[in-house]
Design a protein around this ligand. Structure first.
Ligand SMILES: [Zn+2]
Length: 209
């Protein structure tokens, strides 16, 4: 049995996973999630191939700082290396959330050639940690999708070194990644971003009508 505080963190993550699944953010066993305890290089990541509506604490896999399972034969998410990268490049992060939604998928394709999407003049931007005004400009870069995760990690790492204020990123035709210093921060960030992606989509549709 894990210590009480870890069990509470796991319970909170599973509750968040069910919340995101219920919103339609994790179709067909997709999406992945992780949490890391303060002072721990290792982290807990979601098991691959599990319907997120049925996800339980038993589907969390403890992996080392390189994303390799510790005394566990199960397969963690195929994208665990992206979680590893985020924790390495953002030591303050303690939770990473990744969603596959209608709006993030469609907009990542629509803006693929531009390689980024800019969010500005939205009150809800203030839900992102450190943003104090709706006039703040939040750039969400868009990376090429690939099944070769090391290439994706390299692209994200290169961008991040040049843009240290990175808060989230999209992958073309795939989904959204964001993170937070706490699980609550990460959940709020994914809600803000998914809401604003929906706004951007609806605005585009209205302008084309
Ligand atoms: Zn994915």
């Amino acid at each position: 049995m894990p210590p009480t505080h870890i069990a509470a963190l796991h319970t909170e993550l599973v509750r968040t996973i069910h919340f995101l699944h219920q919103k339609g953010y994790a179709p067909a066993t997709s999406s992945n999630y992780s949490v890391r305890e303060t002072g721990d290089d290792c982290f807990y990541v979601s098991e691959s191939g599990i319907d997120k509506g049925d996800f339980t604490i038993a589907n969390l896999i403890y992996v080392d700082a390189n994303g390799k399972p510790i005394n566990d034969p199960r397969r963690p998410s195929a994208e665990t290396d992206l979680h590893t990268l985020i924790y390495q490049l953002c030591p303050a992060a303690h939770c990473v959330l990744h969603t596959h939604t209608l709006y993030n998928t469609v907009l990542s394709k629509y803006f693929a050639a531009a390689k980024s999407l800019v969010l500005q003049d939205y009150e809800v931007l203030k839900g992102l940690t450190g943003i104090a005004t709706h006039t703040a400009q939040v750039v969400v870069p868009i990376f090429e999708n690939t099944q070769h995760i090391p290439d994706l990690c390299q692209a994200v790492a290169t961008y991040w070194h040049e843009n240290p204020d990175l808060r989230a990123f999209l992958i073309v035709g795939h989904g959204l990644y964001t993170w937070g210093n706490t699980l609550a921060d990460a959940k709020r960030h994914i809600e803000v971003l998914e809401f604003l992606l929906a706004c951007e989509y609806e605005l585009l549709a209205l302008r084309k009508a």
